[in-house]
Write a protein that binds this ligand. Structure first.
Ligand code: SF4
Length: 414
């Protein structure tokens, strides 16, 4: 995998034209992968089932149907997966239900803490040895859980550690939900910040860990339903606290808009013009800037949820004032009814990358230009940077954990 970027783009000049992107000689040739390789499926877990199928499964296992609700109350509401704590159930029933419906899916391999204990990043090994990661972040007003949706990623973004490793497999619904349940347990046990008073809850979930969530659509929508189903049959979160990030799989964005799940959509745009976006976000060669921004606009119109445009600022590559102007133009062309918000993200360079974060003055100018055009904009807090906070970096830096754990990526050109 080649990570390429030219620090010598003519974008620093004061022309009004979008500067031509200089194609680096060692351009990445990683293919896009939309279909995950078939690997052994993880065992079915309670969090893979809906309430009706839980009752059926419990009955088929020889137990009374009402045990399903008891088990859901322990798992989703009490966050208890240790059958010893299920004292309202007969001892024999407890162990049978636990072994049938709560198989261990995630094994913690490494845990790193920073930001004075307010950020915890966990590297997980899945049942087949694949590695994924999740990050729990406590802020003064909320707790955000960042989850992975695929082991690896097939979208080949050249600035991203996960993209450089290719796609290993899709994660199951329960593997995604278990990351959130683990975060909720950490909070309940006072693992973040001070434990005085009532333990905080996971208020926000962002699908911004490893993987392209909309390339694993079925499992991700299944997880969204488990997160938002009221307790005790689900985690009872508000859809408004959940953000699904995508590089722009247009048919799936359209499908998500019709699911009746008003989650926030975050579109990783990273460039306002096709020439540069083809390079930074290779899926742009399938659905271009106009098409993905149209889909995002339509999503906002249908769900009444403001879309977030994610834009990683890369020094001298996409952070020129002219690109800020063009970004404003692209967004304002769809109207000014508050449908969109731009989230600028200082690049967290991957090891060995020749790309780096924008200079502060360029970042400030980018913000100023967007604001001057009436585009709401914020610069993202770069939590977890000291523990490899960019997606895929913990797993990418953990090849030494167990050389056998990561299967070679299998890729197919589509
Ligand atoms: S930036 Fe996101 S979509 Fe792109 S390769 Fe990385 S994980 Fe995949």
């Amino acid at each position: 995998m080649t990570v390429a970027g030219s620090p010598d783009l003519p974008g620093a000049t004061a022309t009004t034209e979008i500067p031509e992107y200089v194609q680096p000689p060692d351009r990445s040739s990683l293919p896009l992968v939309f279909t995950a390789p078939r690997r052994g499926k993880p065992p079915t877990h309670w969090a893979d089932l809906d309430p009706a199928s839980r009752r059926t499964a419990v009955e088929q296992a020889g137990h009374r149907a009402y045990r399903a609700r008891q088990l859901s109350a322990h798992y989703f509401e009490g966050l208890r997966s240790d059958p010893e704590t299920w004292t309202d159930l007969p001892a024999g029933v407890r162990s049978e239900l636990a072994s049938a419906f709560l198989p261990p899916l995630l094994t913690s391999v490494r845990e790193l803490t920073c930001d004075d204990g307010d950020t915890v990043k966990t590297l997980w090994r899945l049942h087949d040895g694949a590695l994924v990661e999740s990050v729990l972040m406590r802020y003064p007003d909320r707790v955000t859980m960042c989850v992975s949706s695929q082991a690896g990623c097939g979208m080949a973004c050249p600035f991203c550690a996960t993209g450089q490793g290719g796609l290993q497999r899709n994660m199951s619904t329960a593997e995604i939900v278990e990351q959130v349940v683990d975060g909720a347990r950490k909070l309940a046990h006072g693992r973040l910040g001070d434990a005085q008073g009532e333990a905080p809850r996971v208020s926000n979930v962002v699908f911004m860990g490893m993987g392209e969530p909309l390339a694993n659509y079925k499992s991700v929508v299944g997880a969204l339903r488990q997160l938002t189903t009221p307790k005790p049959d689900g985690l009872g979160m508000s859809a408004r606290g959940i953000t699904v990030s995508t590089v722009g799989l247009v048919p799936r964005i359209n499908q998500l808009a019709e699911e009746g799940l008003p989650v926030t959509l975050a579109l990783s745009l990273h460039a306002p013009d096709d020439e540069l976006r083809d390079e930074l976000v290779p899926v742009n060669t399938r659905w271009n800037v106009d098409e993905v921004v149209d889909a995002a606009w339509e999503y906002a119109r249908t769900t009444k949820r403001r879309v977030s445009i994610e834009y990683i600022l890369i020094r001298d590559v996409n952070d020129q004032p002219q690109r800020a102007e063009q970004l404003a133009k692209v967004l304002k062309r769809r109207g000014s009814w508050g449908w969109v918000h731009v989230n600028l993200i200082p690049l967290n360079p991957t090891p060995g990358s020749r790309w780096t974060a924008s200079r502060r003055r360029d970042e400030d100018e980018f913000v100023r230009r967007l604001q001057a055009r009436g585009v709401p904009v914020t610069v993202r807090d770069t939590r977890g940077r000291e523990i490899d906070g960019a997606c895929g970096q913990l797993a990418a830096g953990s090849a030494d954990v167990d050389a056998s754990v990561t299967a070679p990526p299998v890729r197919a050109r589509v």
